[in-house]
Ligand binder design. Structure first.
Ligand SMILES: [Zn+2]
Ligand SMILES: [Zn+2]
Length: 387
């Protein structure tokens, strides 16, 4: 391998400027290659590097190792950490090199005369002993076959956007093959769903008698639907007319309300709570209109609202109120004789989530209404529409 000075010069010229990141990245790459037994990384086809940062140092690692995204030898893990893992795919030797946080505190010691903090970092990282600068850890990395540089895989097409997908990056969900952004609902990762167009969320009511397990079901459905890329919101109907106690007396927001504000938003760095005086009982669609960037709203109660419902059954007879209920798309709990809709177990929400996904995508088959239907389900039948 060429000398540090030579590599630094080349790396800074590729990167566009000379910075502390170049010094750190060049040293990091030299250490990584040495530790996995690669004398000359350029042109060697056995090195794969996973970088955990997209900073100046990343360019230095690329310049020194010759690994690149295009060659599939440089992999980016968006961890926001100043670390890189070097893997010799021939010997399976691998090390993770992490820049130590403590090194920053030592900068002054190694560059006492520097003109400014930036210069100090550049100078100090050049001369700081390796053990002060990096923590080096031997790791065991099994690169998946489809991640290997020369891998060729079948090309498939996304059922939603029609774009081609390579290297098995497709996601299979609800019987469909989707690309990652279509499955996640956003084009960019970590964008909190904001880039997904705002659509009216689907509303699904979870209905049933008291203490029949509605909340438990919702608790299980939320992570299951979220893991499939859906943004879930919930609404809970509470019958007591006590004021919501989060907004405690004496706090400023409480005083705003007492002074007559109809709505008060309480904002913290992590939460937003909106208090709204409901002098009339709010229709669900007005509540749901407040949810932005949501795919599905699970509402507990509201059984008289004209939305699709999942009926949680306490026994095979079910709740008599449900007999008058239309738009039940499934039941959970004991199966009712003659029920025209599918019945699911409380303990296993996956099949139920599959069913909900089909309903969300509008690919839902209306069950045939049974003439002797115990509950009088009339889902999507022309008769129901005429009534
Ligand atoms: Zn830079
Ligand atoms: Zn797609």
């Amino acid at each position: 391998m060429r000398s540090f000075e030579e590599l630094l010069k080349e790396s800074s010229s590729i990167h566009g400027h000379h910075c502390a990141g170049q010094v750190l990245g060049v040293r990091m790459a030299m250490v990584g290659c040495r530790e996995v037994g690669i004398q000359e990384p350029k042109g060697c086809k056995k090195l794969v590097v996973y970088v955990e940062m997209d900073r100046c140092a990343t360019d230095a690692v690329q310049a020194v190792t010759g690994c690149s995204l295009g060659k599939r030898t440089l992999k980016f893990l968006d961890h926001g950490k100043m670390a890189a893992t070097f893997i010799n795919t021939e010997t399976q030797n691998a090390v993770r090199v992490l820049a130590k946080d403590d090194a920053r505190a030592l900068v002054k010691l190694y560059a006492p005369d520097a003109a400014n903090p930036r210069e100090a970092q550049k100078q100090a990282y050049r001369v700081m002993p390796e053990e002060n600068l990096f923590s080096i850890q031997t790791v065991l990395v099994q690169i998946p076959e489809q991640e290997m540089p020369g891998y060729r895989g079948a090309r498939v097409y996304c059922d939603e956007c029609g774009e081609g997908i390579n290297f098995h990056r497709e996601v299979r969900t609800g019987g469909r093959t989707l690309c990652i952004p279509c499955a996640r609902g956003t084009f960019l990762p970590n964008s909190n769903g904001l880039s997904k167009p705002e659509t009216n969320p689907k509303v699904l009511l979870i209905v049933g008698s008291k203490k029949v397990g509605k909340t438990t079901l919702i608790e299980k459905l939320i992570p299951e639907l979220a893991s499939r890329g859906h943004r879930v919101a919930t609404v809970k109907h509470h019958h007591s007319d006590f004021p919501v106690s989060v907004d405690t007396a004496g706090t400023d927001s409480w005083r705003h309300r007492q002074a007559g504000a109809r709505s008060v938003a309480l904002v913290t760095p992590t939460d937003l709570a909106l208090f709204h005086n409901t002098d009339e009982s709010l229709a669900l669609d007005r509540i749901v209109a407040n949810f932005r960037c949501t795919d599905i709203v699970l509402a507990e109660g509201f059984h008289l609202e004209p939305y699709a419902k999942i009926a949680v059954m306490g026994d095979a007879d079910g709740d008599p109120r449900l007999r008058a209920n239309r738009n039940v798309i499934a039941t959970v709990g004991p199966t009712m004789p003659g029920s025209p809709v599918p019945s699911f177990e409380q303990g296993n929400v996956r099949p139920l989530a599959d069913h909900i996904e089909k309903w969300m995508l509008g690919k839902f088959e209306s069950p045939k209404t049974s003439p002797q239907g115990h509950l009088g389900f009339v889902l999507h039948s022309p008769l129901a529409a005429a009534r």
